[in-house]
Design a protein around this ligand. Structure first.
Ligand SMILES: C[S@@+](CC[C@H](N)C(=O)[O-])C[C@H]1O[C@@H](n2cnc3c(N)ncnc32)[C@H](O)[C@@H]1O
Length: 212
């Protein structure tokens, strides 16, 4: 297999220049390393339906890192993270922030542990569990998720993990107005941000929710 590091580094640098994100060379190198690991393991572990590395840079890396400026707390849990999305790109962008990465599938958790080892990421903790059953040994400030569940299910399944001063952050495509209207009692939307991801068509939204 040819080494595509230089090619992917150039492509990712070009995408990042079209945003206001500040990303160091070391962070770009880790983000590229993550994509290369997904690509390598995808053949046997079925980590993502996105098959080509160029699309992974946009749909997985850029789509995740645009969330970084909106995370201001110390410890988040990424529920239904799959191979570590958006949690691993965010952990690379925010080395002082801790991310618990939760997925119910063992092979995805094994993959994330190998990523932590190879990319020397000490601010992620991959955990295999169903979110409904998980009890965190540490206080968590926020729960985030992408492509995981309806807002209603996410909140019902995660509410035991987050205290009254914590935040729930859902990453969605088109604004799910019906899900917002049907929010379970005791929760309120505090912020909706339209995210801009260069080259990606279609809406991207970040929805912040708190216990009310
Ligand atoms: C569609 S994938 C999304 C993966 C990733 N968040 C992304 O954006 O690409 C949903 C993931 O949620 C996990 N999952 C489904 N139900 C779960 C549950 N109850 N608790 C924890 N993980 C769950 C699945 O194993 C799968 O990896």
């Amino acid at each position: 297999m040819s080494d595509n590091t230089e090619y992917l580094t150039g492509l990712l640098t070009t995408h990042i220049k079209r945003t206001e994100l500040q990303v160091t060379k070391d962070q770009i190198s880790q983000l590229v390393g993550f994509v290369q690991m997904i690509d390598k393991w995808n053949k046997t572990y079925n980590l993502t339906s996105v098959r080509d590395v160029e699309s992974m840079l946009l749909k997985h890396i850029m789509d995740s890192i645009v969330v970084a400026p909106h995370l201001t707390q110390n410890h988040y849990i990424d529920v239904g993270t799959g191979p570590g999305l958006p949690g691993i790109p965010l952990a690379i962008m925010l080395p002082e922030t801790h991310f618990t990465l939760l997925d119910s599938l063992g092979k995805r958790v094994r993959f994330m542990k190998q990523v932590a080892y190879e990319l020397k990421l000490d601010n992620i903790q991959p955990v295999q569990s169903r979110v409904e059953d998980y009890v965190s040994p540490h206080p968590l400030n926020g729960a985030l998720s992408r492509a995981f569940a309806s807002l209603n299910d996410m909140l019902n399944w995660c509410q035991h993990l987050i205290g009254n001063d914590g935040t729930f952050i859902a990453l969605k495509g088109q604004l799910p107005q019906q899900e917002i209207d049907d929010l379970p009692a005791g929760f309120a939307v505090t912020e909706i941000v339209q995210l801009q991801v260069p080259e990606l068509d279609g809406d991207r939204h970040l929805i912040k929710i708190v216990k009310s």
